[in-house]
Design a protein around this ligand. Structure first.
Ligand SMILES: *Cc1c(COP(=O)(O)O)cnc(C)c1O
Length: 232
């Protein structure tokens, strides 16, 4: 049962290949293994193969795994699901990163609930890149993003590290790249102004190459590492 190990190897090869084809250094692109719905055994397989950054979507599922895997101290846990108000404390107290901050109310809760004895919580602002009313995220073409950036920067428990997006499902590569490039432009502008901004979280199993071409610094991969998810 070395699937996870082999899959990870293949994903690293794809990252390196995509990076080289657009003149980037593979090391600039971090691999986040999305472990939602996966057993701790599968996560341990990935850890054994050298993977250390894991993403979870559901706070309660995530903290259970964090507790079960506490002995692997090098693991970095990222929260990548929508933050519900009544679950924000679980995120603030247990994760190192939260990719899905999209309003001041949630940012303030995470800030207040982040324990002082832990390092700052790294946060990304989720941008609604395809402007679909059904998806979470700050709408791109307003100054809401600009305002949220300024407001998060003054919260002492949070460290703003960049932006994240989940684009609409589209198979067309050109379309994917064009949408991602809009994110990269905003990211580059932010990075020029604020020194701690270094993370652009874009790209999943089906659009990883397009995201890397466009400038992503972190890809979130579930299916291509662990196989198809079974939600039964
Ligand atoms: C599930 C999920 C992923 C991983 O998706 P795959 O298609 O399985 O690679 C990435 N990002 C977010 C926010 C997710 O919810």
């Amino acid at each position: 049962m070395n699937d996870v190990k082999n899959n990870l190897k293949r994903v690293h090869e794809r990252i390196a290949d995509a990076a080289k084809r657009c003149g980037r250094i593979p090391r600039e692109i971090k691999l986040l293994a999305v472990s939602k719905t996966r057993s701790t055994n599968m996560i341990v397989e990935a850890i054994t193969a050298g993977q250390y950054a894991f993403g979870e979507n559901y706070a309660q599922e995530g903290i259970k795994k964090i507790a079960q895997l506490a002995k692997y101290r090098e693991i970095e846990w990222h929260f990548i699901g929508p933050v519900q108000s009544n679950k924000s404390r679980l995120v603030a107290e247990n994760f190192s990163w939260c990719h899905t901050v999209d309003c001041l109310r949630i940012a303030k809760r995470l800030n207040e609930q982040r324990p002082k004895y832990l390092p700052l919580l790294n946060v990304l602002i989720q941008v609604n890149i395809s402007n679909e009313s059904s998806k979470s995220g700050v709408i791109i073409n307003t100054n809401a993003l600009e305002e949220l950036v300024k407001e998060i920067l003054i919260l002492p428990g949070l460290c703003l590290r960049g932006l994240m997006a989940i684009p609409a499902l589209k198979q067309d590569k050109e379309y994917q790249i064009a949408i991602f490039r809009r994110m990269t432009n905003i990211f580059n502008a932010l990075q020029k102004r604020y020194s701690k901004i270094d993370t652009l979280s874009l790209g999943m199993s089906n659009d990883m190459e397009a995201a890397i071409f466009a400038g992503s610094t972190l890809v979130r991969i579930g299916t291509d590492i662990f196989g198809l998810r079974d939600y039964r």
